[in-house]
Design a protein around this ligand. Structure first.
Ligand SMILES: Cc1cc2nc3c(=O)[nH]c(=O)nc-3n(C[C@H](O)[C@H](O)[C@H](O)COP(=O)(O)OP(=O)(O)OC[C@H]3O[C@@H](n4cnc5c(N)ncnc54)[C@H](O)[C@@H]3O)c2cc1C
Length: 289
């Protein structure tokens, strides 16, 4: 129960009235940035599937900057070995986009596996990342792919893992692009069969000397993602050895009330081994990602 905005007393949380707010609807990134600089406390609104929950949790925006009319934020392109994904790409559009599907088919497949149909048509990748909720999956998927977040049209850029930095919730800015290097990427996969307890996204890249490096992100609904990395020093993968090496990197504070650190390391080792075995089979076969 909470107080109704117009002073009508206590009402059920699902029925409370919002205090009035100013809605800005810019049509360009430049206009959005100008509005945000004029109204530093303005809240960005993309698909609003998370924002609605945030407002129920107590967020009371005085100004909203809707990104819906900014077409540039929906652009997807693949140039010079870099995939660019506009943050306003919805889960549906991104996962069915031909450019994404050609550049990294397994990213499209992973993206297609998240959320429900109604949400997928509205929810955006930018909102999934910037909501900074442990249970959301795109930080894991794009974190394993080493994606960079381009903020304020290039004023700053930072890795997806920075979303979990201690000061992340105070970092502000408009996410204007998400970039993923594809030139050295040889394999990517995502395992969510043990969700919500444990999920793993894993990418294999080739170093200039031909050796392979593995970058994984392990997540759970209740703890932030953990980065697990391994330089193999060789040109072929050993799933047994590598999965054990990656799982050992999980710190003790990966534990939560649903599982001890030991249990979580076990799950991550199993999921990682499964992904690496699939990577091995594909690399030995067609030699493509
Ligand atoms: C029923 C349901 C099921 C779901 N299932 C899943 C699931 O299985 N897996 C999963 O990963 N997620 C799931 N979600 C979460 C969903 O994917 C997110 O709510 C969604 O991606 C958020 O995107 P949005 O466009 O609605 O963001 P909004 O709600 O508009 O915004 C979310 C936050 O991001 C900020 N923001 C948005 N865009 C930008 C930007 N460009 N720059 C800076 N800040 C920005 C906003 O200010 C806000 O704080 C589910 C949600 C629902 C309601």
């Amino acid at each position: 129960m909470r107080t109704q905005a117009l002073g009508a007393g206590l009402v059920a949380q699902s029925q409370f009235a919002m205090a009035p707010f100013r809605l800005h609807r810019p049509t360009t990134i430049a206009d959005a940035l100008a509005i945000m600089s004029e109204h530093p406390n303005a809240v960005i609104a993309a698909g609003c599937t998370d924002l609605v929950a945030r407002i129920r949790e107590g967020c009371a925006p005085q100004a909203l900057v809707s990104l819906q009319k900014i077409d540039e934020l929906r652009a997807i392109s693949h140039e010079a070995g870099v995939l660019h994904i506009g943050p306003m790409a919805t889960h549906y559009v991104g996962s069915t986009d031909a450019i994404v599907g050609n550049a990294i088919p397994s990213l499209a497949a992973a993206w297609a596996s998240i959320a429900t149909v109604r949400i997928r048509y509205t929810a955006t990748v930018g909102g999934n990342l910037m909501a900074r909720r442990y249970r959301y999956e795109m930080p894991l998927v794009l974190g394993a792919l080493g994606a960079e977040l381009i903020i304020d049209a290039g004023a700053t850029s930072r890795p997806v893992a920075s979303l979990w930095a201690h000061n992340a919730s105070t970092q502000r800015g408009l996410l204007t692009d998400i970039t993923v290097r594809t030139d050295d990427l040889v394999w990517f996969g995502y395992e969510r069969s043990m969700r919500p307890t444990a999920t793993v996204a894993l990418a294999v890249r080739r170093n200039p000397d031909g050796t392979l490096q593995v970058r994984a992100q392990s997540g759970s609904e209740y703890r932030h993602g953990f980065a697990l990395t391994a330089e193999t020093g060789v040109t072929e993968l050993d799933p047994l050895e590598l999965s054990a090496r990656l799982a050992r990197q999980l710190p003790d504070d990966c534990a939560d009330y649903t599982g001890s650190a030991e249990y979580r390391r076990h799950l991550v080792r199993v999921l990682t081994r499964r992904l690496l075995t699939a990577a091995c089979a594909q690399l030995k076969g067609a030699g493509t990602r």
